[in-house]
Design a protein around this ligand. Structure first.
Ligand code: SDX
Length: 430
């Protein structure tokens, strides 16, 4: 990171020099780490709209241009030319693997896909109608009780073992959560299957018959994982980083990320999009819902639209839309009423001056839910699949943070507007 000129802040009778730091691409940052010491004032930025929380080399987003790159490779090229395990290697190690590296990494992940057999008993503690995300938060956090030989975050070997275990076991746990919710037996991972096909096998096969998903479905699943793998300092990644900054073990930190991702403003939006489309029900009602979304007094928002960073089309949404059409075409569902409704809603919204002025475009969640539904997943599993895919991003960012010599426990300050000091009054005098 290059360091050059200073920013000058005039504050009261002080003139304060603040270093300006340059990245390889993207906005410069003003280093305010010494501001409080120099001015006795804090910066104030609810929601961190103008705050860089860290230095990172993993993912770059240009929201105005609709650019997303993992380690410098554009997302649409990776989604079309690479595969998810290659992308995992890239996010973790910074470079695409050669053939030997890829084979070794694939082997390492494959041979960590089983979970400790006692974990099967954990599921029995949940009601069958528990939301699968509640199971994911619980079971992933519980991994720290079963894999106690990979909890020391200061041991690079243990960190990598925990990283492999998380990437490898998330599909197994996600499929178990799904099977548990529908009362079917758990399916073991098969070491002869690729990552995406192995997940589809664990989710959809039953002991009574052969299960062989089409190459289109396997490719679509793999591509969906790639599109969701990482996304800079989003809310759940920031949660993982903040939890990890206290030294908490990797499994607990990833469970915290899963909990944050669950929110409908974040990873829960894919499920919320389907609920919204079902509520709209008919093209005739689209104007009514667009009006609701624009009404300041109405908390309703158009799910799958808008983004904190993208003020242009989410580049993932374009690939997701293509994948959606491929999958529905393969399944003979191109005339799926929900897809037609989504396309009409997108057309109307993108012509509406409110959405144009506020630069609200479809994000990745707008088409992912329709695709996953067509693939046979219930809506309650949509965010679970997002968490499955995002685990490699969380893990890569977690490793980067721990290896950063500048990292310390995250501890923001506040603007206090509460009561000033006052004497205690006994209850008989109140
Ligand atoms: C993800 O951060 C990431 O990278 C996340 C993610 C990732 O990969 O990790 O990309 C995944 O979370 C995608 C986003 C999924 N969420 C949704 O689709 C839910 C619907 N979207 C909104 O909730 C909203 O757009 C957010 C939360 C995504 C972003 O909101 P911001 O950037 O905090 O901005 P904001 O809420 O202040 O909105 C700016 C304006 C507001 O109007 P004003 O107060 O300026 O008048 O735009 C309006 C909002 O009311 N607005 C919307 C809207 N989104 C924003 N109005 C109607 N419908 C919407 N969807």
């Amino acid at each position: 990171m290059g360091e050059n000129k200073n920013a000058k802040l005039t504050f009261g009778d002080k003139e304060i020099d603040l270093p300006i730091l340059e990245g390889s691409i993207g906005p410069d940052v003003i280093d305010v780490s010494q501001l409080y010491a120099k001015s006795n004032a804090f910066t104030y930025d609810p929601g961190f709209t103008s705050t860089a929380s860290c230095e990172s080399k993993i993912t770059y987003i240009d929201g105005d241009e609709g650019v997303l790159m993992y380690r410098g490779y554009p997302i649409d090229e990776l989604a079309r030319e690479s595969d998810f395990l290659e992308v995992c290697y890239l996010l973790l190690y910074g470079e695409l693997p050669n053939a030997d590296e890829k084979a070794k990494f694939t082997n390492g992940i494959t041979y960590h896909t089983m979970v400790h057999d006692q974990m099967r008993g954990l599921f029995k503690g949940f009601r069958r109608d528990a939301h699968p995300m509640s199971i994911m938060v619980g079971v992933v956090g519980a991994l720290s009780a079963y894999y106690q030989d990979s909890l020391d975050i200061n041991d690079p070997h243990q960190r990598m073992v925990a990283s492999y275990r998380l990437i490898a076991k998330m599909p197994t746990i996600a499929a178990m959560a799904y099977k548990y919710s529908i009362g079917q037996p758990f399916e073991y991972p098969q070491n002869n299957l690729g990552y995406a096909e192995n997940f589809l096998h664990m989710a959809f096969s039953v002991p009574c018959e052969e299960y062989k998903p089409s190459a289109t479905l396997v490719r679509a699943m793999d591509r969906i994982f790639t599109l969701h793998a990482d996304h800079e300092q989003n809310a759940s990644t920031s949660t993982v980083r903040l939890a990890s900054s206290s030294g908490a073990n990797p499994f607990a930190c990833i469970a915290a990320g899963i909990a944050c991702l669950w929110g409908p403003a974040h990873g829960g939006a894919n499920e919320a999009v389907l609920d919204m489309l079902k509520e709209i029900g008919d093209k005739e009602r689209i104007p009514e819902f667009v009006a609701k979304a624009k009404d300041k007094d109405d908390p309703f928002r158009l799910m799958g639209f808008g983004h904190r960073v993208y003020k242009n089309y989410d580049p993932r949404a374009k690939v997701m839309q293509e994948t959606c059409h491929e999958v529905l075409g393969e399944l003979g569902m191109s005339d799926d009423p929900l897809l037609e409704l989504a396309m009409e809603l997108e057309r109307i919204a993108l012509e509406d001056e409110y959405f144009v002025e506020k630069k609200l475009y479809p994000n990745i969640d707008f088409y992912s839910g329709i695709t996953l539904r067509a693939m046979g997943f219930p809506e309650s599993m949509f965010t679970v699949l997002f968490a499955l895919a995002r685990t490699v991003g969380w893990v890569a960012q977690w490793n980067e943070m721990i290896e950063d010599p500048k990292q310390k426990i995250g501890r923001p300050r506040q603007l206090y507007t509460g009561a000033t000091e006052r004497p205690f009054v006994g209850v008989s005098d109140r």
